[in-house]
Design a protein around this ligand. Structure first.
Ligand SMILES: [Zn+2]
Length: 224
């Protein structure tokens, strides 16, 4: 009796389920293709705009905002120019990092000497800013300040100190770095070293290209 009852109950259940109004199909969320106007990058003779050859490199040019150690805007607009061989090397570091799930974000690239002068005028201290008369690798378009981010999470890797932090925590040989920070910095340093750059002891974010020394340059980029 119980088995028969259960049998009928199952049939009833199956029929009622079958007669349920079917759910609307789940919409697949596909982003509409972006209409991207072909970007025009103003050219500077002797320099390459990094976004032109490596468009996935993210820009966070701090000196084009007030979010930098001077609290003043130094560049009229954000841009990352480098000497062609330096840009190519950075693009290759980015390509290799992307295969591992990381991306490059640049804080500063070529820094025209008039901008170096503006920095110097705000902070005339050689411990923090290279005197414009001497010039730095940034003024030659041979240095880049950068970090890396996790492409999936779209989150920067924690490097133990913020960018442009003047203190021990920014040093590559700071003895109290956590294993996590050491691991993160190693990913960045390995990628940059492999691409032909060298880091410096006091700033984990600064790398300069090892190659023929290019001239100091005064040319500033156009803002459109
Ligand atoms: Zn730098």
């Amino acid at each position: 009796m119980t088995t028969k009852y259960l049998g009928w109950l199952t049939i009833f259940f199956l029929i009622s389920c079958h007669n349920q109004p079917s759910k609307p199909p789940v919409k697949t969320l596909v982003k509409p293709p972006k209409v991207v106007k072909k970007k025009v990058y103003p050219t500077i003779p002797g320099f390459t705009n990094i976004q032109k050859i490596a468009p996935t490199i993210a820009l966070d040019i701090r000196y084009a905002t007030k979010d930098n150690f001077t609290g003043e805007q130094i560049y009229p607009c954000p841009a990352c120019y480098l000497r062609p061989e330096v840009a190519a090397a950075l693009a290759s570091a980015n390509t290799k990092l992307r295969k591992k799930g990381y991306g490059i974000k640049v804080f500063d690239c070529y820094r025209p000497r008039p901008a170096q002068q503006r920095l110097w005028d705000k902070v005339p201290n050689p411990n923090y800013v290279t005197p414009p008369s001497k010039g730095s690798m940034h003024n030659r378009g041979m240095a880049v300040d950068l970090t890396i981010f996790d492409v999936k999470k779209m989150r920067e890797l924690y490097m133990g100190s913020p960018y442009d932090f003047f203190g021990m925590k920014a040093h590559t040989d700071y003895p109290s770095l956590s294993q996590k920070v050491i691991r993160h910095r190693k990913i960045l340093t390995d990628a940059m070293t492999e691409a032909g750059f060298k880091g410096i002891r006091t700033e984990w974010w600064h790398f300069y290209y090892v190659g023929p020394l290019q001239a100091l340059s005064d040319v500033e980029w156009e803002c459109k």
